[in-house]
Every structure is written in structure tokens, then in C-alpha cells.
Write a protein that binds this ligand. Structure first.
Ligand SMILES: NC(=O)c1ccc[n+]([C@@H]2O[C@H](COP(=O)([O-])OP(=O)(O)OC[C@H]3O[C@@H](n4cnc5c(N)ncnc54)[C@H](O)[C@@H]3O)[C@@H](O)[C@H]2O)c1
Length: 252
């Protein structure tokens, strides 16, 4: 395949579902070889099959992003398989058990959300940055949320983790720009994925969509297109930003 990613390598976490899967497919369509990181090995293999069927190049990597050693191995396997790492989209995430008041969030729920959404994303960045520095640069996009820009009631741990992702994105951008690594975050609004399709979420999402400025839910590909742009030459001066892709949700 030819395009902006011709000869380049992208790594996507959470590649087995939703936003990560859609973005992986778009990377592959644009010519990137894609390393598909997910702790659900079967779903990562399904994404690989979709990409290969469409003529693209991809390799699954079973990995729990909360485990630093597994992340190190996944990034190492990307470099040993394809020789370099040019782009990374860190989308693996969980909303844990939403719907609880802040004081009622369990310690287990808090710890799990932080371990995956924030510490896990930081593990990914650590090893991606090291690989990109060896290759002379690259672009990283972290998946935050509108809950990384403003408060979201009944999701305190998730909101705190996504604000953490936004802060981590900005701090690291200040450090690595001169070494050729651009780092940004996308902040999706409500997107139609298994996360929002979960039984307990449906009614709340329908209500939020009805009151949203575009009057519809977003599609995972609409996040993927923003990620691809952020990783490409067209965004060469975009760095350290947390960009809402939310149908004006945060403009309200
Ligand atoms: N769907 C939305 O409305 C929405 C809105 C804002 C932000 N987000 C963020 O977008 C990202 C993707 O969400 P989605 O809606 O596609 O959800 P999803 O549940 O469809 O996909 C998440 C993927 O991440 C993987 N994953 C979870 N924990 C992991 C771990 N520890 N290690 C490796 N893989 C792991 C899952 O197996 C799954 O394949 C998340 O970070 C989420 O917080 C989603």
C-alpha cells in the first residue's frame, strides 16, 4: 500500500476493538505496517485478519499495557519485526465501573483504571520514546477523552486518569520536541464502540447524544482520521496539544 505511511511503522494499543481497531485499519490503508497491541489476543488477531484481507501489513502483539515488561517486549517485537517505530497511538483503556459517586468508587476500580489508562499509557510512552529516539524521531498520539478536558460526573477515576493523560502528553512534549518526537492527545467525545454500547451505558449515552451539538454519536474512524493527521507531515507544527474530536461537546 502507498500513502503517508509508506515504509513506516505504527504501533496501536487497544487495537482489538473500537477506536484502536478503526485507527489500525486506517494506518494500514495509509501504508503503515501496524503492530496491534491488545491484551485480548484473539481480537488483535481479528484486526490483523481484517487488515491483511484489505492488502495491508500488520502483526498482533498480546500485551497487557499495565505490565511494563510486556510493553517492553511488545515494542521490542515491533522493532525487531519491522526495523523501526515511526508512530504510536496509545488507545488501550477502560472505563472500569462507571456510575458511582466519587466516595463510592472502590479502591480496586480506582487502581485498575489508573494502572491501565494512566500508568499503562506511560509504560507505552517510555518504550516507544526510546525506540523512536534510536530511529531519529516519530509521533505519539495518546487517547485521552473529553473527560481529560473537563469533569464527568460519576466517573471520577476515569476522569482523573484522562486528565493525567492530558498532563503527561503536555509535559513529555516539552521534553522531546527537539529530538524529533511530536506528542499530542486526542480527546474523543461519545464514540460508538463496545465501551459505549455496554448495557449499563446505553440510556446515559442516548441522553447525552440527544443533547449534543451535532445530535449524533461519533464513529471510531472519525477519531482515527484525526490520529493519522496528527502522525503525518500535515501536523508537523502541532505538538503538545490535547485536541477535542467531540462534535463540539466541549465547546458548550
Ligand atoms: N468510546 C468512547 O466514547 C470514548 C470516548 C473518549 C475516550 N475513549 C477512549 O478511547 C480508547 C478506546 O476506547 P474504545 O471506546 O475503543 O473501547 P473498547 O472497549 O472498544 O476498546 C478498548 C480496547 O483496549 C483493550 N484493552 C483494555 N485494557 C487493556 C490492557 N490493560 N492492555 C491492553 N489492551 C487493553 C481492550 O481489550 C479493547 O480491545 C480508551 O482509552 C477510551 O478511554 C473512548
Amino acid at each position: 500500500m502507498s500513502g503517508q505511511g509508506s515504509g513506516k511503522v505504527a504501533l496501536v494499543t487497544g487495537a482489538g476493538s473500537g477506536i484502536g481497531r478503526a485507527t489500525s485499519r486506517l494506518f494500514a490503508q495509509a501504508g503503515y505496517a501496524v503492530v496491534l497491541v491488545d491484551f485480548n489476543a484473539e481480537s488483535a488477531r481479528e484486526t490483523e485478519a481484517m487488515i491483511r484481507e484489505a492488502g495491508g501489513e500488520a502483526t498482533p502483539a498480546a500485551c497487557d499495557v499495565a505490565d511494563a515488561a510486556q510493553v517492553e517486549a511488545a515494542v521490542a517485537s515491533a522493532v525487531s519485526t519491522y526495523g523501526r517505530l515511526d508512530a504510536a497511538f496509545n488507545a488501550a483503556g477502560t472505563d472500569g465501573e462507571p456510575g458511582k459517586l466519587t466516595a463510592e468508587c472502590s479502591v480496586d476500580n480506582w487502581n485498575r483504571i489508573m494502572a491501565i489508562n494512566l500508568t499503562g499509557l506511560w509504560h507505552c510512552m517510555r518504550f516507544e520514546i526510546a525506540a523512536m529516539l534510536k530511529g531519529g524521531g516519530g509521533a505519539i498520539v495518546n487517547c485521552s477523552s473529553t473527560a481529560g478536558l473537563r469533569g464527568a460526573a460519576y466517573c471520577a477515576a476515569y476522569t482523573a486518569s484522562k486528565h493525567g493523560v492530558t498532563g503527561l502528553t503536555k509535559a513529555s512534549a516539552l521534553e522531546y520536541g527537539k529530538q524529533g518526537i511530536r506528542i499530542n492527545a486526542v480527546c474523543p467525545g461519545m464514540i460508538d464502540t463496545p465501551m459505549t454500547q455496554a448495557e449499563g451505558m446505553k440510556a446515559a449515552i442516548e441522553q447525552l447524544v440527544a443533547g449534543s451539538p451535532l445530535g449524533r454519536i461519533g464513529q471510531p474512524e472519525e477519531i482515527g482520521q484525526a490520529v493519522l493527521w496528527l502522525c503525518g507531515e500535515g501536523a508537523s507544527y502541532v505538538h503538545g496539544q490535547a485536541i477535542g474530536v467531540d462534535g463540539a461537546w466541549t465547546a458548550q
